[in-house]
Design a protein around this ligand. Structure first.
Ligand SMILES: [Zn+2]
Length: 213
């Protein structure tokens, strides 16, 4: 069937990262070989301080295959690839979880417009792929475009649209929280989320990023 679809030009049949043809049943933007070649980047530079965040860990650099994978997940809406990326980072993320021992693992909420366009929150699906139980403690009240398209001052304003869901406000007190996000660039999103968590009594906030921009 895949062969027929390829003949008709209906199947996406080359890996976006290495351009190799997919073999057999394997489909979905990035081949297993490319995904399997992704390893935690070492030594990662942790000199950037993120205000309100106690510690953070990053899987890799936003470059090459990893950049292509994240791009396909976000702009081609590939839920399956989000799961596969989750299993790729699984061991690295679990290692950090065992170190930090968070009571709550969560992730930023997408704004309503992005969520409608994509139909799913990719971080949530990366976490599912990594077999990590998480809670949705944040919501968004804004319709801002992606932070990557905004200037510094606009970013600072845009992140104010992040809010805690009311039903979690009491629950967070005294808890150690781990926030997982896809990209670390300026850190403004996670800084805002950490601020919100600490303001309702979280004892510590830690962060994990799939890639550093
Ligand atoms: Zn490939």
């Amino acid at each position: 069937m895949i062969g027929l679809l390829q003949l008709l030009g209906l199947a996406q049949n080359r890996c976006r990262a290495c351009n190799a043809f997919f073999l057999g049943q394997e489909q979905g933007f990035i081949c297993s070989q490319c995904l399997g070649s992704l390893k935690p980047y070492h030594p990662m530079d942790y000199s950037q301080r993120i205000e309100y965040v106690f510690s953070y860990r990053v899987f890799g650099l936003y470059d090459g295959i990893l950049k292509e994978v994240i791009h396909c997940i976000k702009f081609h809406n590939s839920k399956a690839l989000a799961h596969r990326l989750g299993s790729t980072i699984k061991n690295h993320l679990w290692e950090y979880i065992r170190e930090v021992e968070p009571d709550i693992i969560t992730f930023p909420s997408l704004n309503i417009r992005r969520f409608w366009l994509r139909g799913f929150n990719h971080i949530e699906h990366i976490l599912t792929g990594a077999e990590i139980p998480c809670m949705k403690v944040f919501k968004r009240l804004d319709l801002n475009p992606p932070l990557s398209t905004l200037k510094k001052e606009e970013r600072e304003r845009a992140v104010l649209g992040h809010r805690l869901r009311e039903e979690f406000i009491d629950y967070i007190e005294g808890k150690r929280v781990l926030v997982v996000d896809d990209l670390l660039t300026t850190g403004s999103t996670v800084r805002r989320l950490a601020y919100l968590l600490l303001s309702v009594g979280a004892s510590e906030v830690h962060a994990y990023f799939v890639a550093r921009g």
